[in-house]
Design a protein around this ligand. Structure first.
Ligand SMILES: NC(=O)c1ccc[n+]([C@@H]2O[C@H](COP(=O)([O-])OP(=O)(O)OC[C@H]3O[C@@H](n4cnc5c(N)ncnc54)[C@H](OP(=O)(O)O)[C@@H]3O)[C@@H](O)[C@H]2O)c1
Length: 190
């Protein structure tokens, strides 16, 4: 099972300014960690470099880079991938969360064959930190792709100014149990 997970800013779909995410919502970070822990994530090299010590404990990290000589920080748990088609042959039993940044979201949300079963669409409704210096990075084409190719699960929630909806890829045989279990982990902030 594959899913995108992101937190985008309402209206302009910004996900980053330079290397930074321009808000700090503890419950959103907790949600990301809760959903992805013990599973696998896919990140682009730029996002990987923003992780403290280039790691996140308790999960496997696939790092996408065109640079075949790029060295990951932890050879046991991190794996360099230079060809996105590698992910097509992963077993469906492996839960894989596509976790940014914009280059990687655009890669997976522009081609219907690469597009994952689910999108965990977190939308921050508050003010961004505009003191940050750097390019504003947005995922507007991905949101348009999502609106065309995904339906919205019946439940949603708002927590700390973040609206969370689960999107299901159209014309896909979703297992109800998987969907319910995923939503439970998204919503359970205990
Ligand atoms: N709000 C959120 O949910 C969220 C989540 C994650 C990240 N972010 C933000 O997103 C921003 C970073 O996004 P970004 O677009 O600059 O970088 P990125 O998507 O993290 O990484 C881009 C890199 O991925 C590699 N890549 C891209 N396509 C590839 C392909 N087809 N095959 C192999 N490698 C490929 C390339 O690495 P090489 O250059 O090494 O070849 C490319 O430079 C930051 O601001 C970060 O804070 C936000």
């Amino acid at each position: 099972m594959k899913a995108v997970i992101w937190c985008r800013h309402d209206g302009d779909n910004v996900i980053g300014i330079g290397p930074n995410i321009p808000w700090h919502i503890k419950s959103d970070f907790k949600r990301f960690h809760r959903v992805t822990a013990q599973h696998s994530i896919i990140v682009g090299q730029n996002t990987y470099e923003t992780f403290p010590n280039r790691t996140l404990p308790d999960r496997k990290i696939y790092v996408l880079s065109f640079d075949k000589a790029y060295e990951v920080a932890d050879r046991k748990n991190h794996r360099l991938i230079t060809n996105v088609h590698y992910f097509a042959q992963l077993p469906d039993s492996e839960e894989v969360y596509i976790s940014g940044g914009a280059g990687i979201y655009r890669l997976f949300l522009s081609d219907i064959d690469l597009a994952p079963d689910y999108i965990i669409d977190c939308c921050y409704l508050g003010e961004m930190n505009t003191d940050l210096v750097g390019e504003r990075i947005d995922v507007t084409p991905c949101v348009e792709f999502m609106n065309n190719h995904y339906t919205t699960y019946e439940k949603s929630l708002i927590e700390d100014n973040v609206l969370v909806t689960l999107r299901l890829k159209k014309n896909t045989a979703h297992h109800l149990k998987t969907t319910i279990d995923l939503w439970r982990r998204i919503a359970d902030n205990s």
